[in-house]
Ligand binder design. Sequence first.
Ligand SMILES: [Fe+2]
Ligand SMILES: [Fe+2]
Length: 376
Amino acid sequence: MTTEMRPTADIIGRDDINDLEAIMSVVNSDVDEAIHAVHSTYDTIFTWDYEKGQRPKLDKLYEKAKTSQWNAQTDLPWETDVDQEAVVVANAIATGGLGQGADLSGTPLESWGDKEWIDFGVQSQNWTLSQFMHGEQGALVCTAKIVESVPWIDAKYYAATQVMDEARHVEVFAKYLDDKLSGHYPINAHLRMLLDDIIADSRWDMTYLGMQIMVEGLALAAFGFMHQMTTEPLLKQLLRYVMSDEARHVAFGVLSLQEYYAQLSHAELRERQEFAFEAAVRMRDRFLQQEVWDQMGIDPKSIVPVLLQVPERQMFQTMLFSKIVPNCKKLGLLDAADGWLRERFTELGVIAFEDWVDTGEEYGSLQAVGPEAAAS
Ligand SMILES: [Fe+2]
Ligand SMILES: [Fe+2]
């Protein structure tokens, strides 16, 4: 059976995945928007089959979630003083220096001194945590939707715990930004497009694929990276708490979709592959941090292509996919439909992660965070 080939431009809005002009032409033109509505039509599913534990792995995850709750207000050391500039400098020293490794001659950054680089580091941190916060709200609404749309009682129970987790995540990032950093950024246009697509899709498994596998898979890798790198104790602990929840969330996606995908047709799997590819591209695009350059008064087009050449930067971008690729493999998405997604992930330069550990059971090793474990 052959599947209708959809051209790349239909899926991601451009032919060449690396077309920087096209990527950077997508901007958030309504930064003062306070309410954002996304239309969605889907069936809200009741099940009259209340037998708990029919899906033992989901049931176990649900029981685990119930004993892993923490309180964003009281379990974190909010009294910690955060000197954001000092943190930026310390992080820069830990990672080998801001802007190092790039040939900046002929760019607007050629004349930058410490002050400009620190300023950039501050903006970059405000931006990064703002996008985390927006992404967390995406997770909050997606899991609320899963509670309604998934047909299995064990999944409804588990998803309900995740709704609470995500509320807490939005809460901690918002509080950290307000109390410890120096400004919010509006949602990045690429991230918003992705969240809109996930929410607008009427099929319950697409919510899982977009959110649990792609967005949360990337978040887990990004939080892990930042947790390792940061020298700021409050942020470190905050991320550790959030990661222990996120590992369960990604496991929820893998365990649920594994069962569902096993009975999908070739054509249906191909649609899932295209969705995974689109999500991967959107997430990669958002990491260009266009808005930070705008804030610094620099045209992103004049500097982004130069910085993309820095090997550390490329490595960081690829590492963000270290959870996504093995999870897609575990779900059978890499090689379904003649290996279409394998080819796309090869183009994106991330296929090497395919045999890394998947996240189906990884939450076991990250579970050590209840309030008592974090204190140790
Ligand atoms: Fe989250
Ligand atoms: Fe999550």
